[in-house]
Design a protein around this ligand. Structure first.
Ligand code: ISJ
Length: 89
């Protein structure tokens, strides 16, 4: 196996984990969405989003990825808000 194929195998294994975790996170987000619907709360909670980002940036072993991780979490939370909004219709 070439070096490139080995790296891609590694990426595939990581993606498998990411997909499993993303699905689990989305299922929990939908429960939050249902709670918000019942309690008439807005989908966006900007202060919670800031906390999620800060907490996870803090967990980074290599701080050079701070900008990338911030974008990653912000993009994911944009998706989860969209999913909650869709579900609340
Ligand atoms: C899931 C929530 O709804 C939104 C999505 C968030 C997320 O995906 O972590 C965080 C805050 C909210 O803007 C929440 O309020 O906890």
């Amino acid at each position: 196996m070439s070096e490139l194929e080995q790296y891609r195998d590694e990426i595939d294994a990581i993606d498998q984990e990411l997909t499993r975790l993303f699905e689990a996170r989305l299922k929990t987000v939908l429960k939050v969405g249902e709670y918000k619907r019942q309690h008439e709360l807005p989908v966006l909670d900007a202060s919670r989003e800031q906390k999620v980002i800060a907490k996870n940036v803090d967990r980074l072993e290599d701080k050079q990825f701070e900008e990338e991780l911030t974008k990653f979490f912000q993009s994911m939370m944009d998706i989860t808000k969209e999913t909650q909004t869709k579900m609340m219709k």
